[in-house]
Design a protein around this ligand. Structure first.
Ligand code: G1P
Length: 291
C-alpha cells in the first residue's frame, strides 16, 4: 500500500515514484532486459492501473515530440516501452509474496524464471541477476540474492542459514542455502544474511506454493516454499551481493538513490556534484552540536 510514502502514494503507485526522471519500476524492467529476460510479467493489484498506462505506448505524446523535433525526449519515451515485452496479471487479493508469484504459474510454464521485487533497486553497473542466472544454469534448482544487513536489521527480511558453496567465478560469493526463515526475531536468526528482492526459481516452486499454508503475517510466504524445496534436497544457492542496492520503499534510501544516481549521470552529474559540494560544506555538523 506504499504507506511509507503517504500521502504521495494516495494516488500514485509507489513503484512509479520517480528516481531522477524515471519510475523505480523502469529500472527493474531494464535490469531484467539487460540480463536477457525480455518477457516480463507484472503482478499488480487494485489501484495500480497507472503502471499499465506507463508501459503502454503513447502515440499522441510521441507524435507531439516528433513534430517539435525533440529527438532525445522521444527516444526516452520510446525506450521506456521498447525495453521489454511487458504483460500484466492482477493478484486480486494481497495474500503475500508467495501468492503473488503463484499468479505467474501459467505465464512461466515449466522453465526457470526470475522474480524481481519492485522496491529493490540494484545499480546497473552491478551484474547480480546475470550472475544468478549463471549459477542456476550451472547447478540447477533455485538461486536467491543475499546481503549481509547486520544482525540488528535481519528481522525485516527473510534470513538464511548457509554453508560454503561451490567454487564460483570472479563475481560475488556463492553459498549453499540450508535453511530459511521469514523475518525471525533478531536472536533467533540463523545468520545476518538477508534475502533481497532477486530470485531465480525452479518452476517446482509453484506446486510447493499451492500447498504452502499462510505463514508470517498470515501471508503465503515465498521464503517458506523455498525452505520446503531446500528440505527436499533441491539445489538452492545464494549469491552474496557486494554491490550497490537501494531500498526505494524506504524514504531515506530513496533519497540516497536519487542523489547518487543523478550525481553519476553525464547530463545532471557535473552541476549536481558542484552544488552538492557547496551544499554539504555549509551544512551544520549534527554530531558536534548534539554532543
Ligand atoms: C519480502 C520477502 C523477504 C525478503 C524481502 C526483500 O519481504 O518476504 O523474505 O527479505 O522481500 O525485500 P517484504 O519486504 O515484501 O515484506
Amino acid at each position: 500500500m506504499g504507506t511509507r510514502f503517504l500521502p504521495a502514494t494516495k494516488s500514485v503507485p509507489k513503484e512509479l515514484l520517480p528516481v531522477v526522471d524515471r519510475p523505480a519500476l523502469q529500472y527493474i524492467v531494464e535490469e531484467a532486459a539487460r540480463a536477457g529476460l525480455g518477457e516480463v510479467l507484472m503482478v499488480t493489484g487494485r489501484n495500480k492501473g497507472a503502471i499499465e498506462d506507463f508501459f503502454d505506448r503513447t502515440p499522441e505524446l510521441e507524435a507531439a515530440l516528433e513534430n517539435k523535433g525533440d529527438a532525445d525526449r522521444l527516444a526516452a519515451v520510446q525506450a521506456s516501452t521498447d525495453v521489454a515485452q511487458v504483460h500484466f496479471v492482477r493478484q486480486g487479493e494481497a495474500r503475500g509474496l508467495g501468492h503473488a508469484v503463484l499468479q505467474a504459474a501459467a505465464f512461466v510454464g515449466d522453465e526457470p524464471f526470475a522474480v524481481l521485487l519492485g522496491d529493490d533497486l540494484i545499480d546497473a553497473r552491478d551484474h547480480l541477476l546475470e550472475q544468478m542466472l549463471a549459477v542456476q544454469a550451472r547447478h540447477g534448482g533455485s538461486v536467491i540474492a543475499l546481503l549481509d544487513v547486520g544482525r540488528e536489521n535481519i528481522d525485516k527480511y527473510g534470513a538464511v542459514a548457509v554453508e560454503p558453496g561451490p567454487p564460483g567465478g570472479d563475481g560475488d560469493e556463492v553459498v549453499r542455502v540450508t535453511g530459511l526463515v521469514e523475518k525471525p526475531p533478531v536472536d533467533e536468526a540463523p545468520s545476518s544474511l538477508a534475502i533481497i528482492g532477486r530470485y531465480v526459481l525452479s518452476p517446482a516452486v509453484f506446486e510447493v506454493l499451492r500447498e504452502t499454508p499462510p505463514g508470517r503475517g498470515g501471508e503465503i510466504q515465498l521464503t517458506d516454499a523455498l525452505a520446503t524445496l531446500a528440505g527436499r534436497g533441491e539445489p538452492l544457492h545464494g549469491v552474496v551481493f557486494n554491490g550497490r542496492r537501494y531500498d526505494t520503499g524506504d524514504r531515506l534510501d530513496y533519497l540516497k538513490a536519487v542523489v547518487r544516481l543523478a550525481s553519476e549521470r553525464d547530463d545532471l552529474g557535473p552541476p549536481l556534484r558542484a552544488w552538492l559540494r557547496e551544499f554539504t560544506a555549509a551544512l551544520p555538523d549534527d554530531s558536534a552540536s548534539s554532543s
